[in-house]
Design a protein around this ligand. Structure first.
Ligand SMILES: Cc1ncc(COP(=O)(O)O)c(C=O)c1O
Length: 407
């Protein structure tokens, strides 16, 4: 059967309300599926046959860029997920890979060569820090960490070796925000390529390309997938940049499996409603914790007394995300009692699923950090990170109340 008969073309619309351009809904208007199927089939095939020798020759010469050849290079189901994320982020193109960490590696490998330097604020996901500071130096690419408040000074901080400025907003795990317009402008003036890890916000709440940021990375394992049942990553940006990242990803085989791509596509259909529900719950949880005697401090930019509140209103008007971090009064012993008393909220890593999870950065994302790195990131033995899901809010606050009561 000629592959063209099975080729699907899905059109993604970004529906924007008058209130906000960030209320994004994807409609998959697919009228070319076999049998008129509303949902595109999952293409598990790892290999694609050519109907004629001439088509093979033209494909090899790059004259048939939309054809498929081998799923490590491109796969129709994975390509659907890429089109959807590009549409959500307002990007020209997107490449989807096997995890967020693979996306980080491929993007940095695409942009840097021996002798180059990556600049990052102290507050980034621990795995990103380890890739940049422990892995790339083996190949002559070094990492330099700056304070999150030093970002406006990037033009003075960079050297001729600096290539990439990588940052997060909200940043893991304490939800510090970076002014996206300022960061994009500072990086542009400094002559470095800016990339944001947009995992915490998701494109339902923040589309950084609109603010001038060059590239967007996602751990699609989180809000994009949304159901804690897949591992995936994505890089979105200009066609040229994404093409460079795609070349690394297909060469090293960081490819996403089509079954995971299908789950990702299914999850993304409800991204907007999940994000809104998680934001509403997170705000209520943050308010609840702030009023609790066993809690020393709450980190949520939607709280009026948070230092990033005004910025949050400006660049995340639809909500500040589902992550709430807080410091308990006490340290590891109090944290142990709290975690072991939780009943509904699971003690588990990750975030962005429909269920609420609690994690302890000291023994998860930031395990193995030096005291100095922990201090710079603002993390102590009292710090707890909650990834709030979409459960009834009363159930969440009841679980937190009883667990805090055990301390
Ligand atoms: C903010 C952030 N970026 C990147 C990653 C890495 O993503 P993955 O676990 O999909 O490799 C994570 C994982 O927790 C994360 O929280």
């Amino acid at each position: 059967m000629c592959q063209k008969e099975f080729k699907t073309k899905t059109i993604y619309y970004r529906i924007t309300t008058r209130k906000s351009a960030t209320r994004v809904l994807i409609i998959m208007a697919n009228n070319q599926n076999p049998y008129g199927a509303v949902i595109a089939p999952v293409h598990h095939s790892s290999s694609y046959g050519f109907p004629t020798f001439d088509e093979m020759r033209r494909y090899a010469k790059g004259e048939l860029p939309d054809e498929f050849f081998y799923s490590r290079y491109a796969n129709p189901t994975v390509a659907e997920a890429e089109r959807a994320i590009a549409a959500l982020e307002g990007a020209e193109d997107c490449v989807v890979v096997s995890s967020g960490s693979a996306a980080t590696f491929c993007a940095l490998a695409a942009l840097c060569e021996a002798g180059d330097e990556i600049i990052l604020p102290d507050s980034v996901y621990g795995g990103t820090l380890k890739i940049a500071a422990h892995f790339f130096p083996r190949y002559g690419v070094t990492a330099r960490f700056i304070g999150i408040d030093d970002i406006p000074n990037l033009p003075e901080i960079v050297t001729e070796r600096s290539k990439v400025f990588w940052f997060e907003s909200p940043a893991n795990p304490l939800n510090r925000l970076v002014d996206l317009t300022m960061a994009a402008e500072a990086a542009r003036t400094a002559g470095v390529f800016s990339i944001i890890d947009n995992t915490f916000a998701s494109p339902a709440l923040q589309q950084p390309i609109k603010f001038g940021v060059n590239g967007v990375m996602h751990s699609a394992t989180k809000y994009l997938g949304g159901h804690t049942d897949l591992t995936a990553g994505a890089i979105a940006g200009s066609r040229e940049f994404v093409g460079q990242v795609r070349a690394v990803a297909s060469r090293i085989g960081a490819t996403l499996d089509p079954a995971a791509a299908y789950l990702l596509l299914r999850g993304m259909k409800t991204l907007n409603v999940r994000a809104q529900a998680a934001c509403a719950n997170a705000r209520r949880v943050a308010e609840f914790l702030q009023a609790h005697e066993k809690v020393a401090r709450v980190y949520y930019p939607g709280l009026a007394d948070n230092p990033d509140y005004a910025l949050a209103q400006k660049q995340m008007p639809d909500g500040c995300g589902g992550i709430v971090a807080f410091d308990l009064r006490g340290g590891e012993a109090e944290a142990e009692r709290f975690f072991d008393a939780l009943r509904l909220i699971r003690n588990a890593p990750s975030l962005g699923g429909v269920e609420s999870l609690a994690s302890y950065p000291l023994y998860s994302s930031h395990f193995g950090f030096t005291d100095e790195q922990l201090r710079a990131a603002g993390i102590s033995a009292a710090t707890v990170r909650l990834a709030i899901g979409i459960e009834p809010i009363e159930d969440l606050t009841a679980d937190l109340a009883q667990a805090l009561g055990q301390i």
